[in-house]
Design a protein around this ligand. Structure first.
Ligand SMILES: [Zn+2]
Length: 436
């Protein structure tokens, strides 16, 4: 739905590329600095890339006072660059680019740049996110035409500044005008929704499936497998399975390799008055923290059930920082959510579904030794939608990874999840019927 909304915004703006620059969405979120594991992302876009500008090389030059970034292109492009605080980042929004950069590009920094990532943030729009070592300003930014045997280039020059100067560079005038774009996107969703009741109203329960990460945010990765691809494949298979029964409506937060901010994922569930929200992920343990295996099912709590759950929620909540989302705008929302958590019913249903899911999944999938946990996952915060986050397994564990890429394992696990959903709704409907 978010994708469709973006499309509408883009179409509404007329020019796909220009619109990508104008209609960049940022939504406030909490988060922290992205870790090195997700740096230097290579985008694997399923869309045909023939017509998009090609980026063939990227490099950093300079030192800790002044650092220059150069991107080699096959034609000139429009761009928009802006800084974001906490963590210090610079975001460059560009039209959709076919990145043909060497593997690992961006993972090693230089000077003021700790690392950078690149990839899709929406259909028609790519983004480069620089993690800075400290406060820095964009001293200069421009696109050069091809000249003297050099291809067209995008150039950014970063210059060290102090925190005060950095914060001043974030004045509203300097900030990208993102709010109207979000309003447009919401209006587009609303108009799509409003158009629906003209047809027969569909009273079947709505299930929102949320494959984690996407686009510029790869999630965890190991042995060449990226979490964003594994969980998308799983989500699509689960959607097909659930839809086949005809009993439910299913909406995906993403159906392709696009970055979706965490708040937007929650909005899809809330705007559609979803009866269930299932976020799908695959975890990884840093090598120094040993090996762990099996699937884990998480529900929301303001206090993590253990240290591992806390670490995981922190990692998953970094998604917005990785995607270059402005994290400073809506800091109060989290507090509101925790107040809303007092809405016991949602919590009860979330926990009930988590237990059902564990009961079904353990018949087909290897489960973690403590398979039910809770922590402060931002994506689970819809106060009125029962929500769980499933970590299908650890991409850092050899056995789990073999499962995660196995069609056979996926079919069986999708089957057990569909079964849990059936039992959950059968009970809910029975309860609702008895109440009448
Ligand atoms: Zn994840």
């Amino acid at each position: 739905m978010a994708n469709r909304a973006n499309h509408l915004v883009l179409l509404g703006c007329g020019l796909l590329c220009a619109a990508a620059l104008l209609c960049v969405r940022t939504i406030a979120a909490e988060g922290a600095a992205p870790g090195p594991a997700v740096s230097g992302a290579t985008l694997q876009s399923p869309a045909p890339t023939a017509n998009f500008p090609v980026a063939s090389g990227a490099r950093l030059a300079g030192d800790a006072k002044q650092t220059r970034f150069i991107l080699d292109l096959d034609r000139t492009i429009q761009f928009r660059a802006f800084p974001l605080a906490d963590p210090y980042r610079v975001v460059v929004d560009i039209p959709q680019i076919n990145f043909q950069l060497a593997a690992g590009t961006g993972s090693a920094g230089r000077g003021l740049v700790k690392a950078f990532r690149y990839g899709l943030v929406m259909p028609g729009g790519s983004r480069i996110v620089f993690d800075l070592t400290g406060p820095a300003k964009i001293a200069n930014s421009y696109v050069l035409e091809a000249a003297n045997g050099q291809p067209p280039r995008l150039v950014l020059e970063f210059e060290e500044v102090d925190r005060t100067a950095f914060v001043q560079s974030l004045t509203p005038e300097n900030r990208p005008e993102l709010r109207p774009a979000i309003a447009d996107a919401n209006a587009a969703v609303a108009s799509v929704e409003a158009a629906k009741p003209a047809q027969a109203p569909d009273s079947r329960p709505l299930i929102v499936l949320d494959p984690g990460h996407g686009g510029i945010d790869n999630g965890t990765q190991a042995a060449g497998e990226m979490e964003k691809n594994l969980v998308l494949g799983f989500g699509l298979a689960l959607r097909d399975r659930i839809e086949k029964s005809g009993k439910y409506r299913v909406v995906m937060t993403r159906t392709d390799d696009t970055f979706i901010p965490l708040n937007d994922r929650v909005k899809v569930a809330r705007n559609g008055s979803a009866a269930l929200f299932v976020s799908i992920h695959a975890d990884a343990l840093p090598r120094r923290e040993g090996d762990a295996q099996g699937a884990t099912i998480y529900t929301l709590s303001d206090k993590a059930s253990d240290a591992e759950a806390e670490r995981l929620a922190e990692t998953e909540n970094k998604s917005d920082a990785i995607g270059g989302v402005n994290l400073t705008d809506e800091p109060t929302e989290v507090a509101d959510i925790l107040i809303d958590l007092a809405q016991r019913e949602t919590k009860t249903f979330s926990n009930r579904f988590a237990r059902l899911l564990m009961g079904e999944m353990k018949t087909t999938a290897r489960m973690h030794k403590h398979p039910l946990k809770s922590a402060g996952f931002r994506v689970l915060k819809a106060p009125d939608v029962p929500s769980v986050l499933v970590e299908l397994g650890y991409v850092s564990n050899k056995g789990d990874l073999e499962h995660l890429v196995s069609e056979n394992w996926r079919t069986k696990t999708v089957g057990s999840m569909a079964q849990a959903i059936d039992v959950f709704f059968a009970k809910r409907l029975a309860t609702a019927g008895a109440a009448k």
